[in-house]
Design a protein around this ligand. Structure first.
Ligand SMILES: N[C@@H](CCC(=O)N[C@@H](CS)C(=O)NCC(=O)O)C(=O)O
Length: 194
């Protein structure tokens, strides 16, 4: 049995939740209170005790991008990376560069001076990228889309950041939300806003 140490508001955890839903894998959830994390979490994922952490038969794996790749290999159907090596590398590159969006996102959340401008620039770059491809993973939905979606959903539905100026992002979000795995995350985000 798999266990996910999870927090509903955590977008990194959302990456793992979406992959598990895509794979239709049964798992247990241990919900962590981020404001009061148990001491054993720091042993599972030293030194900061961050979530998500995946556990399988006593074996423990932190880091959302690594968890997602592990799940994709452990449960190969449906595949969430392209079969072509160059296309796989391109998708991994997009995941690797996530902080180009993540850093301005968290700066904006911290209300740092100039952060809205930096976030707008990052969204423009993402929009331009999505203008040339149906999905961040390439021709099909996959790990690169899952790596970014949780932040876009939170920007739109929790922070009220308008995404209309980014038509390719809006089109991509709309298509992705048609998937039950992503629709479930939209519900989770709505429950945070309530
Ligand atoms: N690089 C980690 C980041 C995970 C992360 O930052 N999780 C947050 C919750 S969204 C956390 O546990 N924060 C607690 C802390 O940083 O002390 C990943 O991709 O899994």
């Amino acid at each position: 049995m798999l266990t996910l140490y999870d927090a509903p508001r955590c977008p990194y955890c959302a990456r793992a939740r979406i992959v598990l839903a895509e794979k239709d894998v049964p798992y247990e959830t241990v919900t962590i209170d981020l404001a009061s994390r148990p001491a054993w979490l720091f042993e599972h994922n030293p030194p900061h005790g961050r979530v998500p952490v995946l556990e399988e038969d006593g074996w423990v794996l932190p880091e959302s991008a690594v968890i997602d790749e592990y799940l994709d290999e452990r449960f190969p159907e449906p595949p969430l990376l392209p079969s072509d090596p160059a296309a796989r590398a391109a998708a991994r590159f997009v995941v690797f560069r996530f902080d180009d969006l993540g850093k301005p996102y968290y700066a904006f959340r911290r209300e740092e001076p100039g952060a809205a401008t930096r976030l707008t620039e990052a969204l423009r770059a993402l929009d331009a990228f999505l203008d040339g491809t149906p999905y961040l993973t390439g021709d099909a939905f996959g790990l690169a889309d899952i790596a970014y979606l949780p932040w876009l959903l939170r920007l739109r539905d929790l922070l009220g950041f308008p995404l209309e100026p980014y038509p390719a992002i809006a089109r991509w979000l709309d298509v992705c939300e048609g998937r039950p795995s992503v629709a479930a995350e939209v519900e989770t985000v709505a429950s945070l806003a309530a």
